[in-house]
Design a protein around this ligand. Structure first.
Ligand code: IFM
Length: 485
């Protein structure tokens, strides 16, 4: 009798049945059409139109014109065999003032998009907030009392009202919902380092924003549960940091603890344990009065149960004490240069590259952080998981024959899918992988300089060309998993 080892039986690593093979995008990064159908400016329109904020003065005015070309984009997804697509809803498109009734014209766009996806057998996954706060909620145009953006408590309540409007309109066709995408970026890049919209640089406001994002998430979960069918799955997408101390010296372990507190546990503890951790409160007590900030009942609201945790992963975060860090330490952490830190209460921390094998963003490639974080979340919270973003920017070039050959991106994805398979083998219930990104797009403060797409976009003609990584990913989907590395 021949004994066939599992390795010989299958040349690829099979993923669980029903695993979602997806790609992800965000409204401001792809839609364009910023003034159509009653859409009003978001904080990203204002920020990108402010000189000096975005590379080359790029804006999302046209982006990749997905608003007009979504049928073509869905056709590309279908041709590649994607089974799911994670997009975000533009708040100022569907509720132009950030308050009051919905814009039916705005909602119609998402009705048409989701209908098109469903017609092609692609599961729509809607994210409610991917950073495009209506400008009216940051600075009201009527000159009335300041709205104040996320540092203002009211914004959390406005977000829940908006969530209800979208759920009522799309709840019959969207079964998977994400409240917030990467609230760490909204709070700490938007209000701390100021490299993202609205470009404010006050650590106390950054912490206030963090709490109100948490509160907005919890209130939105309540609003979604009330509006959606019982079968709907509600998630949040967090860019949890795979934090590693540079050494086991006490001061480096302390640096790692601080970054874990303000990078990770500031979200996961209130959401899944109903509390802010004592060490976070202690680290930041000189910046904000937490007793005044957190009202009675907030933590119960924030910790409403959800169905799925989304993890966005790109690279690990290696830290040491800054006091005695050598010249190899980075003063920022790969999130853009600013004189202001995006890490309130963690000034004495230096950041290091995990290795020298980096993407065009300068982010080190190390898939082990993905499997570790998935397994850690599985063990700690026991929730089903999805990789709601993972991908890489490389300097793609178009060959004379029109093809875009990007083997580094395929290799990056391959290794990270291997990490997902490792986490599944370790017991984590991972339900899907949403590659960032479907299309080259507006990469925030980097403008159009950094390309993350598996589909190339010519920014002059807006012609789409699937890169070789897209064809490779398509093959993975068709065989139900990547080849063994
Ligand atoms: O483009 C972004 C996305 O909007 C959020 N997560 C990280 C991506 C790459 O920087």
């Amino acid at each position: 009798m021949t004994v066939v080892s599992p390795d010989i039986r299958s040349a690829h690593r099979p993923f669980p049945p029903g695993f979602a093979w997806g790609a992800a995008t965000a409204a401001y990064q792809i839609e364009g059409a910023i003034a159509e159908g009653g859409r009003t400016p978001s904080i990203w329109d204002t920020f990108s139109h402010t000189p000096g904020k975005v590379a080359n003065g790029d804006t999302g005015d046209t982006a990749v014109d997905h608003f007009h070309r979504f049928r073509e984009d869905v056709r590309i997804m279908a041709d590649l065999g994607l089974t799911a697509y994670r997009f975000s809803v533009s708040w100022p498109r569907v509720q132009p003032t950030g308050r009051g009734p919905a814009s039916e014209r705005g909602l119609d766009f998402y009705r048409a998009l989701t209908d098109e996806l469903l017609a092609h057998g692609i599961t729509p996954v809607a994210t409610l907030y991917h950073w495009d706060l209506p400008q009216e909620l940051e600075t009201p145009s009527n000159g009335g009392s300041a709205a104040g953006g996320w540092p203002a408590r009211d914004t959390a309540y406005h977000f829940a009202e908006y969530a209800a409007l979208v759920a009522e309109a799309l709840g019959d066709r969207v079964g998977i919902w994400t409240t917030l995408n990467e609230p760490w970026c909204s709070a700490f890049l938007g209000y701390g380092s100021g490299v993202h919209a609205p470009g404010r640089t006050d650590p106390a406001d950054a912490l206030r924003a963090a709490h109100h994002l948490n509160l907005g998430h919890g209130l939105a979960v309540g609003a979604l549960r009330a509006a959606l069918p019982a079968s709907a799955q509600i998630a949040v997408s967090l860019n949890l940091h795979a934090v590693r101390p540079l050494s086991d010296r006490p001061q480096d372990l302390e640096a790692a603890r601080r970054i874990d507190a303000v990078g990770n546990r500031i979200w996961t503890s209130p959401m899944f344990k109903g509390r802010y951790d004592e060490d976070l409160l202690r680290d930041t007590a000189h910046l904000v009065d937490w007793d005044a900030l957190v009202h009675g009942g907030d933590l119960a609201e924030i910790s409403r149960p959800i169905d799925l945790l989304g993890l966005n992963y790109y690279n690990p975060t290696v830290v040491s004490s800054a006091t005695d860090a050598d010249g190899g330490a980075l003063r920022n952490d790969g999130h853009g240069a600013s004189a202001h830190s995006p890490w309130p209460g963690a000034d004495d921390v230096a950041f290091h590259l995990a290795n020298d094998d980096v993407t065009a963003m300068g982010w080190p490639i190390d898939p082990t952080g993905l499997s570790e974080t998935l397994l850690a979340m599985h063990r700690e919270f026991g929730l089903p998981l999805m990789v709601s973003e993972n991908g890489a920017s490389f300097e793609d070039t178009v060959s004379p024959d029109g093809t875009v050959h990007d083997p580094e991106r395929a290799a990056y994805i391959h290794r990270h899918l291997g990490a997902v398979a490792d986490a599944i083998d370790g017991g984590a219930d991972v339900r899907g992988y949403y590659l960032w990104s479907l299309l080259d797009n507006f990469e925030w403060a980097y403008g159009y300089e950094k390309r993350f797409g598996i589909v190339h976009v010519d920014y002059d003609t807006l012609v789409r060309t699937p890169k070789t990584s897209a064809h490779w990913y398509s093959g993975v989907i068709r065989q139900g998993g990547p080849d063994r590395a």
